[in-house]
Design a protein around this ligand. Structure first.
Ligand SMILES: [Zn+2]
Length: 219
């Protein structure tokens, strides 16, 4: 009966006879017919919707785009290459950051040459025969090669590996040294005349009380 209601074909004779007798079946049949009719109408409206005038040019434009498609793989390849390059760059930069982090765990502190005690500095000062510094150096070379070595060493900034928490202390120490121009925590700067030589306290030694042994007593 539903199939009969769905189709526009004429009903078979027996069904039509039954629908004429049975009111309930007739009502159900009409309901089914109404349902199919509404579905049909909806479909018809959807399928025959008003096509906007701009649809055809748009479709043509899209078709032209896809026909010009051979450029597309190039674009995607370029994008893939660019993203890969970005990834590689990010990887290397991350490694560099990691390396610097590792290297900084023992902190490399560039200590100024002033940290080296001034006593070592003095012999490097060559007699001021000429104002040119290079010639001074050469004089130093001629006179004392060992002094020249120390001069070179003081010229380059020595690097000291210290733990990170000691870096602050070391830099502070270097700053103090630079400011005072004399070694701290060392007794060299002290005036020796102030120090009185240590006095040896007289030791009270009790005289030995020699006691005779018991055997000698008995004799
Ligand atoms: Zn019936």
């Amino acid at each position: 009966m539903i199939e009969a209601a769905a189709s526009d074909a004429p009903l078979p004779g027996d069904l039509r006879a039954h629908l004429g007798d049975c009111g309930a079946c007739r009502a159900a049949f009409e309901e089914e017919q109404a349902l199919f009719a509404s579905i049909d109408g909806g479909l018809r409206v959807t399928a025959n919707a008003e096509v906007p005038a701009s649809l055809l040019p748009r479709v043509r434009a899209r078709l032209d785009e896809t026909e010009a498609g051979p450029n597309r793989p190039w674009v995607t390849n370029w994008l893939v290459l660019a993203s890969a390059a970005v990834l590689v760059g990010a990887f290397f930069s991350a490694r560099a950051v990691w390396r610097t982090h590792v290297a900084r765990n023992p902190v490399v502190t560039a200590v100024k040459p002033n940290v080296i005690s001034p006593e070592k500095h003095e012999p490097t000062v060559a007699p001021p025969v000429e104002q040119n510094f290079g010639s001074q150096r050469q004089v130093a070379v001629v006179s004392r090669p060992s002094v020249y070595k120390t001069a070179i060493r003081t010229e380059s900034k020595p690097e000291v590996l210290v733990p990170k928490d000691q870096e602050v202390l070391l830099t502070e120490y270097a700053e103090q040294w630079r400011a005072h121009k004399h070694p701290l925590l060392l007794a060299q700067g002290l005036d020796a005349t102030i120090l009185t030589p240590l006095q040896v306290a007289p030791i009270q030694i009790a005289e030995l009380d020699v006691k005779l042994l018991a055997e000698e007593k008995s004799q």
